[in-house]
Design a protein around this ligand. Structure first.
Ligand code: BES
Ligand code: ZN
Length: 640
């Protein structure tokens, strides 16, 4: 029997006339999806092993935060008021909690409710069980976050661009929001939310939702109010506080950042409105009203995080020539794939990232042309092949799209597989049915699953019902189950354009034969071409050859952070001493996980040369790195 949360059931019944029930998808979809309480999926593949919640018994559907930000204590504290939906006989509701200091739990009339924090798991945190009375529909948790809450990074003024004010930001995905918000931290339990945030006067708070009032400053504090009316997976609740300024980019987009960064950020983001238009042509009207962005300090551990309104971005994408703005296309595409139709569990993460990676190149193609898009696809497939090798080859279980995360941290699934194998899968379907038909299908997918959790099984069923429609030849050709549930790359994978980098590949071959590096070609090349060149060079090169490269292309001083990383990666693999000052500067001025982690790990794994270098640099870089990055790198025992 299908189990529905009661309110979802009620809402569904009330709107029966407007309802479409799809037995196969296991979803009842009310007409007004955004306002209704999103259903909880009851199929086994939608069961979230990374949350303690038992949402079919009692689930949160709305969160109201009233919080103060205390920079001195490095804590956020106040109340979270949770509206819940429950079966009549539910005795308790289980929330996710990782290190919260709970002060009290009451119902709406202030009556105490019994609560208990269970045994702690290192990755998941602990269940917070709250006893429910027969009529409890709202609970109020009074609490504080711990000073070492993993979702939060507290920056000193020296760690910001302006050097005058402290800064705070949060990063929720995948399961970190439970360190500062007591709720059910599962992507399949969608929640609407609102927040009142108090910060020291003079600082500005932004959250991943529209502001609903003008900020109010009195008595040494400023008060900000936000409200997200759409239901969202709770990992999308995000906050940043600092000395922030805003500049509009177009009618429905703009950028927040520290004043010192504003001009450069706005210039780099000048194509944003065009991207929104291109994305809408593909996937339908933009569903989140505005698309604003926040450019964070260099500690931000990711390239970007698709928090709606604003998306969070690393400053390392600012290259001065818009050459890294496909990052924006990516985060924007998540407005559909991820934020509208959301992976129900972290094993289904590829549905968020694979669809988004596919859509990114489509948006890039629409704005920058097919050649740039083809190059991006080819670079993606290169990194996919490298990743498969690193994971242990084509039969390694972690090369499956639908990944087994039992007993593991969801971040273990954060490889190129969900991104690039996922995108390759969708390109393969596109090639088989034609672009027009696939575009129409994907638009329909988002329409059918908006504001809902989705699983691999739901996607495959939807493909069969709305695209394949019983065409057995097509079904055989697509190899759907192999793509999603088997390791490696299926034989029908559409390969990238072999000529996407024809010139560059010739230059790589020439360099391999001993030719001098071609500085004129390098200065002509796009960032994608430069990356292909550096990544395709033999991994072992003599010092003299590295010297000529470094001199001809100015690699130690490369201002494009992706190029710089590709170079430093090669340099470390070759114990190339002249790159050390550049490496040291790179690792102590930004904290992007994708850049920092492989370099520090490669150094640490080389006891004869790299490890002492890492032991010197890591303690210097560490204060800048986000807790999720230091948590991983501390395991290398480099000292801090
Ligand atoms: N949603 C991800 C970032 C993420 C994934 C954070 C999983 C935590 C857990 C974001 O959209 C992303 O994919 N960022 C990439 C950007 C890219 C592929 C253009 C990044 O940060 O490198
Ligand atoms: Zn992404």
């Amino acid at each position: 029997m299908k189990l529905w949360s009661r309110a979802a059931m009620l809402a569904a019944m009330m709107m029966l006339a407007a309802c479409r029930v799809s037995g196969e998808d296991n979803i009842t979809q009310p007409a007004n999806e955004a306002a209704a309480i999103a259903p909880i999926l009851a199929t086994p593949d939608a069961n979230d092993i990374h949350s303690f919640a038992r949402p079919l018994e009692a689930r949160v559907h709305h969160v109201a935060l009233d919080l103060a930000v205390d920079f001195d204590a490095r804590r956020i504290g106040g109340t979270a008021t949770l509206d819940i939906d429950r079966t009549p006989d539910a005795k308790e509701i289980i929330l996710d909690d990782k290190g919260l200091e709970i002060q009290s739990v009451t119902d709406r009339s202030g009556e105490q409710l019994a609560w208990k924090v269970g045994a702690r798991d290192a990755n998941l945190g602990a269940p917070l069980a709250i006893a429910l009375r027969p009529d409890t529909r709202r609970i109020v948790v009074r609490y504080k976050s711990a000073p070492d809450a993993e979702a939060l990074q507290w920056l000193t003024p020296e760690q910001t661009a302006g050097k005058k004010h402290p800064y705070l930001f949060s990063q929720g995905q995948a399961i970190l929001n439970r360190t500062w918000i007591p709720t059910q931290d599962s992507p399949g339990i969608r929640q609407s939310w609102k927040a009142t945030i108090r910060v020291p006067a003079g600082l500005t708070a932004v959250m991943s939702a529209p502001r609903v009032a003008e900020p109010l400053t009195q008595g040494g504090e400023s008060l900000f109010k936000f409200r997200m009316d759409n239901s969202v997976p709770p990992y999308l609740i995000a906050m940043a506080v600092g000395d922030l300024a805003f500049e509009p980019l177009g009618p429905r987009s703009g950028v927040w950042t520290e004043p010192a960064m504003l001009k450069a950020a706005a210039a780099e983001l000048a194509d944003t409105e065009k991207m929104i238009d291109a994305a809408e042509k593909l996937y339908g009207p933009y569903p989140w009203k505005r698309y604003d962005m926040l450019v964070l300090p260099p500690s931000f551990p990711f390239g970007g995080m698709e928090n709606p309104n604003p998306t969070f971005l690393t400053p390392t994408f600012i290259a001065g020539d818009k050459s890294l703005v496909s990052l924006i296309a990516h985060e924007l595409a998540h407005s559909w794939s991820g934020n509208l139709a959301t992976n129900a569990t972290w094993s289904n993460f590829w549905l968020n990232e694979g669809m988004t990676t596919y859509a990114t190149t489509r948006i890039v193609e629409a704005i920058y042309g097919p050649k740039v898009a083809a190059q991006q696809i080819a670079l993606g497939v290169d990194s996919l092949n490298d990743e498969i090798e690193e994971l242990g080859g084509a039969s390694a279980p972690d090369t499956r799209l639908h990944i087994d995360l039992k007993g593991r941290d969801p971040d273990d699934g954060l490889t190129e597989i969900p991104y690039e194998k996922g995108a390759a899968f969708l390109r393969t379907i596109e090639a088989a049915v034609g672009r027009e038909r696939f575009d129409a299908y994907l638009k329909g997918w988002f329409e059918r699953h908006k504001f809902q959790p989705v699983t691999s099984a739901i996607f495959l069923a939807d493909l069969r019902r709305h695209l394949i429609k019983g065409d057995t030849a097509l079904e055989r050709k697509l190899m759907l189950d192999q793509w999603v549930y088997q390791a490696g790359l299926p034989a029908n994978m559409v390969q990238p354009d072999r000529l996407a980098f024809a010139d560059v590949d010739q230059a790589v071959a020439a360099f391999g034969r001993g030719a001098a590096p071609d500085a004129a070609a390098w200065s002509r090349w796009t960032t994608g071409e430069r990356l292909r060149f550096l990544n395709k060079l033999p991994r072992k090169l003599p010092k003299a050859r590295l010297d000529t490269l470094n001199q001809a292309f100015g690699l130690n001083g490369a201002r494009n952070m992706e190029v710089r990383f590709a170079w430093l990666d090669l340099a470390v693999a070759n114990r190339y001493d002249p790159a050390i000052p550049s490496l040291e500067q790179f690792l102590t001025t930004q904290g992007r996980r994708k850049f920092v982690r492989p370099l520090i790990e490669a150094l640490a794994e080389d006891p004869g040369w790299g490890r002492p270098i890492a032991a010197r640099i890591y303690p210097r870089g560490r204060p800048l790195y986000h807790p999720m990055v230091t948590r991983e790198l501390d395991q290398l025992k480099l000292g801090s």
